[in-house]
Design a protein around this ligand. Structure first.
Ligand SMILES: N[C@@H](CCC(=O)N[C@@H](CS)C(=O)NCC(=O)O)C(=O)O
Length: 122
């Protein structure tokens, strides 16, 4: 049994409500996923967001960073992003058009994976 079955089984009203929830933010994220090999979507004051940016920089990976609010602002805009990606926290890191995950997933991949091969400065 899929635990996400509601996401693929929306009524027309439900789908319209989801699509109308901060589409300008979701569209901006989508455009940046498509136009940047590595995209970090984050929020201010979140140590996982600064941490993942530091880890990517130390590894010589170029990336674009988009920031939406902080612990004190833009909750709804961040919720729209979470509803779109299905990822519950920030940062959200995208590589070559696909969601990789958060800071922990990115650091693990930088240390022992091959996803960033070819994206590191020589
Ligand atoms: N395990 C996650 C930790 C990220 C995390 O827990 N972020 C929290 C803030 S510290 C978050 O985004 N909470 C949801 C929100 O504030 O919108 C990672 O490695 O990226």
């Amino acid at each position: 049994m899929s635990t996400r079955r509601i996401l693929t089984n929306l009524t027309e009203n439900g789908a319209q409500a989801v699509n109308a929830f901060h589409p300008e933010i979701v569209n901006e994220v989508v455009q940046n996923i498509e136009s940047n090999k590595v995209l970090v979507v984050g929020m201010a004051y979140n140590p996982h967001c600064s941490g993942v940016c530091k880890a990517l920089t130390a590894a010589g990976v170029e990336f674009k960073y988009l920031e939406y609010g902080s612990y004190f602002s833009m909750w709804n805009q961040r919720l729209a992003i979470k509803m779109f990606t299905g990822w519950p926290t920030f940062p959200q890191v995208f590589v070559n058009g696909a969601l990789l995950g958060g800071e922990a997933d990115t650091v693990k991949e930088l240390n022992s994976g091959s996803l960033f091969d070819g994206l590191k400065k020589k």
